[in-house]
Design a protein around this ligand. Structure first.
Ligand SMILES: *[C@@H]1O[C@H](CO)[C@@H](O)[C@H](O)[C@H]1NC(C)=O
Ligand SMILES: *[C@@H]1O[C@H](CO)[C@@H](O)[C@H](O)[C@H]1NC(C)=O
Ligand SMILES: *[C@@H]1O[C@H](CO)[C@@H](O)[C@H](O)[C@H]1NC(C)=O
Length: 565
């Protein structure tokens, strides 16, 4: 296994060492762990304070610095004063020994992972760095993930060179340091979610798989992949808009359709999950803690990249948001499994522009955001499958091999390259019509019916314009051939009319290209200060007819009649 390329990329970031093709803990660390596994009577680790001391001792063996004093005090604060005495006693008597046992199994779990399960249908799926500008997927069992997360709780990961590889810290010391230094109730509840996860896996280890995939739209021409689109691609697109279903209450993670759930991500996956953060992305990482392990091996996303995680189980219920976030007990995840043993929970991390201000109305920013969402929503594997012209069925959920296309130019292939490469159709209407029918008939997206569930992406702390962001995500979902988009407004007042606007737009029969052009027109005016109206008011003055100011007729009708055939 020492010669495996995948393993070599992650090895420097794991606390294990390799000897004659096998993985080991350093003997001294293994002794510490064995001692912890025997329970507090043996190890004397029965409090936050003694646990922090044990961690610092183990870290010495790796020549890692001892825990920061505030982190040690954070462990102590959580387990020795915030947590009830009987709960704390149970934690050190049952859970810590269980986690130590699991850590002792980590070398074997990893060896088995590389030996048995690291190639799926010809594609590499072993744990490795999912490096920037390379699309790739890592598939791990929930048990291996649990062991890797236990290692983060014990703060044993090497910290060297993570920054230079654009990797965030993965050890949990900052979670506790922030608890001590900032003393916020929501921080305590984030930790409660994670501890609840550890309690659950110690009493009943889940048996599914979780995959982490880096999705890339390459900037350069590349035979087997979709190239990063330019404005022409959007402007010329003849794809139809998908259905848009507006929800003024409810949460993305509670929807019950089959949909990609958008993580309003930081370019560093997980954002402030292991620090002080507690908004949409961080909350998702707390209730589905397996997401956290992506931080170990996912360098920051660039503009043309997204990360999709399939199968992360939800363990906790919660209420509130940011400062009001609270752990509300156990959550039993009832999602069914796919053929790879993954729960059908699909979470896609896409990072919006941060504080774009007025710049967000410039066409390069519209393009950046549309492409980012498109990258997240697009299904590269199915695109490859379609491009290869292979036979496929509705339940075909496997990963296919890369490789040059062997089949000729069939109708599917051509239509897909139209949608993907933005090739201009030169065929007559007649042929296009036929192609359209053919694709509808075979479209795997229609078959598996997986839509997008999203909300005010990049509009909270990141300061995006919600009306513009809805339209961008709608364009991207439609272009990615998603059958529908569920939109959760979180009751945002500027989106009160979204339902009406969306219905009106759909009734116009506009294509993606037509709506894109209108968005660009609005944004140009907005950027130049020629309008200060929100997009919906600008687009549909009649909706605001009862408003004496906003209801006044304007130049928009001219623009609309120009674009609307
Ligand atoms: C989750 O918590 C909310 C708010 O406390 C509660 O209304 C809901 O019933 C809980 N759901 C489950 C599945 O426990
Ligand atoms: C998880 O994936 C491995 C290899 O990719 C596979 O052998 C195993 O059957 C999967 N587990 C389940 C529960 O399907
Ligand atoms: C889009 O349309 C314009 C104008 O018809 C054309 O010049 C351009 O080549 C097209 N671009 C693409 C990518 O199809």
């Amino acid at each position: 296994m020492d010669e495996r390329e995948d393993f070599q990329s992650i090895m420097p970031f794991l606390p294990l060492f390799l000897r004659s093709s096998s993985l080991f803990w350093q003997p001294a660390v293994a002794e510490f762990l064995k001692c912890l596994a025997k329970g507090p009577l043996h190890s004397k680790v029965n409090s936050g304070e003694s646990f922090a001391a044990a961690i610092s001792d183990m870290r010495k063996e790796f020549r890692l610095s001892p825990l920061h004093p505030s982190a040690s005090l954070g462990f102590s604060r959580f387990f020795d004063s915030l947590m009830k005495a009987d709960a704390s006693e149970r934690w050190f008597a049952d859970v810590v020994p269980g986690l130590a046992d699991l850590l002792l199994k980590l070398p074997v779990l990893l060896e088995n992972h590389y030996r048995n399960g690291s190639i799926c249908n010809g594609k590499e799926t072993g744990l490795r760095l999912l490096e920037s500008q390379q699309s790739g997927i890592v598939v791990m069992s929930q048990e291996l993930i649990a062991a890797l997360l236990a290692c983060a709780f014990f703060c044993l990961y090497p910290t060297r060179n993570r920054g230079s590889q654009h990797l965030q810290p993965i050890n949990f010391d900052h979670l506790f340091l922030s608890l001590y230094e900032h003393d916020k109730v929501h921080q305590e509840h984030k930790i409660k979610c994670i501890l609840h996860y550890f309690e659950r896996i110690c009493s009943d280890m889940p048996t599914g798989n979780v995959s982490f995939e880096r999705k890339v739209l390459p900037f350069k021409n590349c035979q087997s992949n979709i190239v990063y689109p330019g404005t022409d691609f959007w402007s010329n697109s003849t794809k139809s808009l998908c259905q848009l279903e507006v929800h003024n209450s409810g949460l993305i993670e509670d929807h019950c359709s089959e949909a990609l759930e958008v993580d309003f991500a930081n370019k560093y996956l997980g954002g402030g999950a292991l620090g002080q953060g507690c908004v949409q992305e961080e909350i998702r990482f707390m209730i589905n803690p397996e997401l956290i392990i992506g931080i170990l091996f996912s360098p920051a996303m660039e503009d043309n990249e997204a990360i999709e995680v399939v199968g992360a189980e939800r363990f906790s219920n919660y209420s509130g948001y940011a400062a009001s976030f609270r752990f509300c007990g156990d959550y039993v995840d009832e999602k069914s499994f796919d053929t790879m043993g993954r729960r059908k929970t699909r979470i896609v991390a896409i990072d919006a522009l941060i504080h774009p201000g007025k710049r967000q109305y410039k066409s390069e920013c519209l393009l950046r955001e549309s492409n980012k969402a498109f990258c997240g929503f697009f299904n590269q594997q199915k695109a490859n499958l379609l491009m290869k012209g292979e036979d496929f069925g509705p339940k075909h959920d496997m990963i296919i091999e890369e490789g040059p296309s062997t089949s000729g130019h069939n109708i599917l292939t051509e239509d897909l390259s139209d949608s993907i490469q933005g090739y201009k159709r030169t065929t007559s209407c007649d042929t296009v019509e036929k192609k359209g029918n053919k694709v509808d008939q075979y479209s795997i997206y229609e078959d598996d019916g997986i839509g997008v569930a999203t909300g005010n992406w990049g509009c909270g702390a990141f300061g995006g314009d919600p009306e513009v962001k809805v339209v961008i995500q709608w364009l991207a979902a439609s272009q990615a051939l998603r059958p529908f988009m569920l939109y959760y407004t979180f009751g945002l007042s500027s989106l009160q009319k979204l339902e009406e606007v969306a219905q009106w737009i759909l009734s116009q029969g506009w294509t993606v290209g037509e709506l894109w052009n209108i968005l660009v027109e609005y944004s140009t005016q907005r950027f130049k200060g020629e309008t200060t109206l929100g997009l919906f008011n600008w687009l549909l003055p009649s909706l605001y007819a009862d408003d004496p100011i906003l209801g006044a007729p304007s130049l928009r009708s001219k623009i609309l009649s120009f674009f609307c055939r």
